[in-house]
Design a protein around this ligand. Structure first.
Ligand SMILES: Cc1cc2nc3c(=O)[nH]c(=O)nc-3n(C[C@H](O)[C@H](O)[C@H](O)COP(=O)(O)OP(=O)(O)OC[C@H]3O[C@@H](n4cnc5c(N)ncnc54)[C@H](O)[C@@H]3O)c2cc1C
Length: 485
């Protein structure tokens, strides 16, 4: 009998847990530890944030799904990993603190034979003074944040209806943020809703980003072939900004936010301020600050995790210049180099290097996107690790791991630019591979055949269809496993 523990029921952890349960015989246990009682389809939070969806449309309770599937569920927060156990527990275990209101604050040790760390990001609002829903800006990272964002947005619209001009700033709240795609989507959904409310003319919409140029999205931009011509995501994105009258402030690191005032510095080293009436700025991400201890109880956190709190896996983390990095430096098995039965997937694993060229001000302030790990790769990693663990439980630990490197993986990204079955639009992009490989594709780092973008109403339908399909899949309804990650 083997016991597999999954930390985090987000896109990667929930995917891993469902595949494990489907493939493992009943005698083996699958256990999920996660702090929230509900699953959230995060990509649709942007629609909650403009009042187009309710939180119930983007979430559902996990407990009934896990009860139906025979997955043990602990609603709690993992705080420490003991991969070697200790003097009284001979195998690995995780310390958890319950968030379940019935047991709130109590803790427990959850033992495992295999562990998947899929804890995603810590939303690090604290990195920028004054940033976040507890301070001066709103967020769409969680359904709760998005509801508050929608309220603030509604108030902004009512001021506009009274004829009071408003400045709306949407973007990222730190020079090292990732997830620019989500900020881009929210900016264009805000712009679209202002139109529909008939108040666009009095509103100034500004996109504030750490990207060097538009269309970077933290993946160093893309080159598309359209109607036989090569075009860049920069040109493509710039034309959308021009068409919708959205202003962009690029290469920006937000230093602090005061009520109604953003202080930021740009790559030229000049510090500037920007007044706002409504601001949605995403926070930078870091690991969730799990600790790790060896059998003797000594702290081995720095061995298992990178300084940014993300877990080290089978990547090449040696220091190199940006030009020296290679696609093969990216991990493919997501196995911890220290403990063969521990894996880190989705946002929880430490990327070996940036994808967008790193840039700093003369004073050394980093202003460039961190590498994104979007939904599709996160789901694929979850499934890949689940397959490895199933094979090893069934055939022994010498079985080779399944692989899925982001340098050998495509990703589809559908960025909404406005919701509505007849008036909506979305920018649908696919890229292969996610991490550019200049050895295989010397011109652009990616296959121009498999990297393309299309903007229009059909993109909105696809985005909505993905919402329906992925919630169906996450609810583990009939045939869920036939829907790809
Ligand atoms: C606003 C927004 C919009 C986005 N839109 C898109 C999009 O359109 N397309 C796309 O591909 N990607 C999108 N993304 C990115 C996508 O959401 C992530 O790639 C994906 O959620 C990553 O999956 P994950 O499992 O690694 O992390 P998550 O989905 O964040 O899951 C992490 C889980 O771990 C839990 N957890 C945290 N700490 C602990 C702990 N200590 N112990 C146990 N559990 C813990 C969390 O509660 C959560 O359930 C968007 C992100 C945001 C913020």
């Amino acid at each position: 009998m083997a016991r597999v523990v999954v930390l985090g029921a987000g896109i990667s952890g929930h995917t891993a847990a469902l595949h494990l349960r489907r493939r493992l015989a009943k005698e083996h246990e699958v256990v999920v530890v996660t702090p929230n009682s509900k699953w959230n389809w995060i990509p649709s939070n942007i629609w909650v944030g403009v009042g187009k969806m309710t939180t119930d449309q983007v979430t559902f309770p996990l407990a009934p799904i896990y009860a139906r599937k025979g997955i043990e569920f602990h609603q709690g927060l993992a705080t420490a990993i003991h991969p070697e156990g200790d003097s009284s527990i001979p195998r690995g275990y995780v310390e958890i603190t319950y968030t379940d209101p019935q047991k709130s604050g109590t803790s427990r040790k959850v033992e495992y034979d295999y562990l998947i760390n899929a804890t995603g990001p810590k939303l690090n609002f604290a990195a920028t003074p004054g940033l976040g829903p507890d301070a001066n800006t709103v967020s769409v990272c969680t359904p709760g944040h998005a509801i508050e964002a929608a309220k603030a947005f509604k108030e902004t619209i009512s001021k506009l209806k009274q004829g009071i001009p408003q400045t709306l700033v949407v973007g990222v709240g730190h020079g090292t943020c990732t997830c620019e795609g989500a900020a881009f989507e929210y900016a264009f959904n805000v712009e679209h809703e202002l139109h529909l409310a008939g108040v666009r003319d009095l509103a100034t919409v500004i996109y504030l980003t750490n990207e060097y140029e538009l269309g970077d999205f933290g993946v160093g931009g893309m080159t598309f072939t359209q109607s036989g011509f090569a075009t860049s995501s920069k040109i493509w994105t710039e034309s959308l900004f021009r068409e919708r009258g959205v202003h962009a402030i690029l290469q920006a690191h937000v230093e602090k936010v005061e009520p109604g005032l953003i202080h930021y510095e740009q790559l030229d080293g000049i510090k500037r301020t920007l007044s706002f009436d409504f601001a949605m700025l995403l926070p930078p991400f870091r690991g969730v600050d799990l600790k790790a201890f060896n059998k003797a109880g000594e702290d081995i956190t720095a061995d298992m995790f990178a300084p940014n709190g993300f877990m080290k896996v089978d990547a090449n983390y040696s220091a190199k210049s940006f030009e020296e990095w290679r696609a093969e430096d990216w991990p493919s098995t997501y196995q911890s180099p220290l403990f063969g039965n521990v894996f880190g997937v989705g946002i929880a694993f430490a990327p070996p290097h940036p994808i967008s060229r790193p840039r700093k001000t003369e004073a050394g302030i980093v202003i460039s996107p961190s590498p994104p790990r979007t939904g599709m790769p996160s789901g694929v990693m979850g499934k890949t690790v689940a397959l490895t663990i199933c094979d090893r439980i069934q055939h022994g630990n010498s079985i080779k791991a399944h692989v899925a490197s982001m340098a050998n993986m495509g990703a589809a990204c559908v960025a909404s630019a406005g919701s509505g079955m007849r008036t909506g639009t979305a920018a649908a992009m696919t890229m292969y591979p996610v991490v550019p490989d200049y050895q295989r594709f010397p011109d652009t780092g990616r296959s121009t055949k498999d990297t393309f973008g299309e903007i229009g109403l059909a993109g909105h339908w696809i985005k909505y269809l993905l919402h329906v399909m992925f919630i169906y899949k996450a609810k583990a309804r009939f045939g869920w496993f036939l829907i790809p990650e």
